[in-house]
Design a protein around this ligand. Structure first.
Ligand SMILES: [Fe+2]
Length: 190
């Protein structure tokens, strides 16, 4: 195992998650948010309660939130770490994930911390201060998310959809207690 990403096999439960997530796909919302924020990568839907019973029963840990991420065609999201509150995620590809990479970096970036009511996220100061600038160094790891995957969100990462002509959508589930990558990896591969 690396400590960045673990790919899992599709099963009935993951397919049910995918079917559930697909209903929230919304290209207009993805486009509007991207224009508003200057970041092609956005959260178009977030659910923090009323999780269906089958979802709670099927996940190996209690869900805290699930979100739908969208990224516009031919764009690159900002490098960030969700780490403080969100060390790890279970990501389910929803649409157009045959292109568009998830990148991780081992660069040491100067961080720009954003605190909201909901969460804390760290951006890089350079991308925060220069709206269209994107980090150009080679990622230490990159992969497609074409199957359910446990991803380490406590390491600098981004989505690079530069070569994708389509909007790409991924569902991302975070767990109560903020378990790190190793814990979630063990749960799902035991
Ligand atoms: Fe992230």
């Amino acid at each position: 195992m690396n400590n960045i990403v673990t790919h899992l096999e599709w099963n009935d439960f993951f397919l049910q998650l995918k079917d559930y997530g697909i209903q929230f796909i919304n290209q207009n919302r993805a486009q509007t948010l991207a224009e508003k924020t200057g970041d092609g990568h956005s959260i178009i839907y977030r659910q923090i309660d009323n999780f269906p019973d089958w979802m709670i029963n099927g996940l190996k840990m209690k869900p805290l939130v699930f979100q739908i991420f969208a990224i516009t065609p031919e764009s690159t999201g900002m490098v960030h770490r969700d780490g403080i509150d969100r060390k790890c995620a279970l990501n389910i590809p929803l649409l157009n994930c045959d292109q568009g990479y998830m990148d991780w970096f081992d660069d040491i970036f100067e961080e720009f911390k954003i605190v909201t009511d909901y969460t804390n996220v760290r951006l890089t100061t350079i991308e925060k201060n220069h709206e269209s600038f994107r980090v150009t160094s080679d990622p230490m790891h990159r992969c497609l998310i074409e199957v359910p995957s446990i991803v380490n969100t406590d390491v600098w990462h981004r989505v690079d959809n530069q070569l994708n002509k389509n909007y790409r959508y991924v569902m991302s589930i975070r767990f109560v207690g903020n378990p790190n990558f190793e814990i979630v990896h063990k749960l799902y591969t035991a």
